[in-house]
Ligand binder design. Structure first.
Ligand code: URA
Length: 217
């Protein structure tokens, strides 16, 4: 897997990441969602540089201009519900992409900290020969992405797989590296050192779904 980590350099991305981390600023859920969306836009732009391009002639009011334009048939696939703002950011830029949605949740037995990831709702087009872009805003254990990949198995073989993520843990990224094909690309805004015993990224941001959409029972 090739990892493209943008949090190490200086760019406007750092401002958006610091705002979603900031315990005061993140209370403004509209700003939180929009910041995640903006991160999705920036990562999509960066990812777009790795797609395939062909020459096409564009007709302007005054003449013709040769342009290099992307040719990939993209399928953007997100996990409900935390993935929605990131998905929207990507769709803002890849406006012709097809879309897939999966619901996954962490199932804890009783009071146990340990959990399994359960995949339920699932709607996806054919992936055969397409460029699959999986979004996971918080790449914590990597188990959600692993389960999503296996849920998509019957939908055809994509020609390429990209993963777009806001914050990942080192261990989660190692897990994804093991279970995804070698030619997968990960586009990620920040990498944090570890997880707590409930599987949350430290220092991370907290619960991305709750921050975007409110607490659940
Ligand atoms: N999901 C979240 O929302 N936050 C984390 O830190 C890990 C997984």
């Amino acid at each position: 897997m090739t990892i493209h980590h943008f949090g190490e350099g200086n760019s406007l991305l750092n401002k958006f990441i610091s705002e979603i981390r900031d315990v005061e600023i993140q209370k403004d859920s509209m700003r939180f969602r929009r910041n995640i969306e903006r991160i999705g836009e920036i990562l999509s732009y960066e990812m777009s540089k790795s797609l395939s391009y062909v020459n096409k002639t564009v007709e302007t009011p005054f003449g013709k201009k040769e342009m290099h334009l992307p040719t990939d048939n993209l399928v953007l696939c997100s996990v409900l519900r935390a993935g929605l703002p990131l998905h929207q950011g990507m769709l803002n830029y890849f406006d012709g992409a097809e879309n897939a949605f999966i619901s996954a949740y962490r199932h804890h037995r009783g009071d146990e900290d340990a959990f399994e990831v359960i995949v339920k709702y699932f709607a996806a087009p054919s992936l055969e020969n397409k460029t699959l872009v999986l979004t996971d805003p918080m790449l914590a254990t990597g188990k959600t992405l692993e389960n999503v990949l296996s849920a998509l198995k019957d939908h055809g073989v994509p020609s390429q797989i990209h993963i777009i993520s806001v914050i990942g843990s080192r261990g989660g990224i190692e897990h994804v590296k093991k279970v995804f094909p070698d030619n997968t690309h990960l586009w990620i805004a920040a990498i944090d050192p570890e997880l707590n015993n409930k599987g949350y990224i430290l220092p991370g941001i907290g619960d991305a779904g709750d921050l975007a959409f409110g607490e659940k029972l």
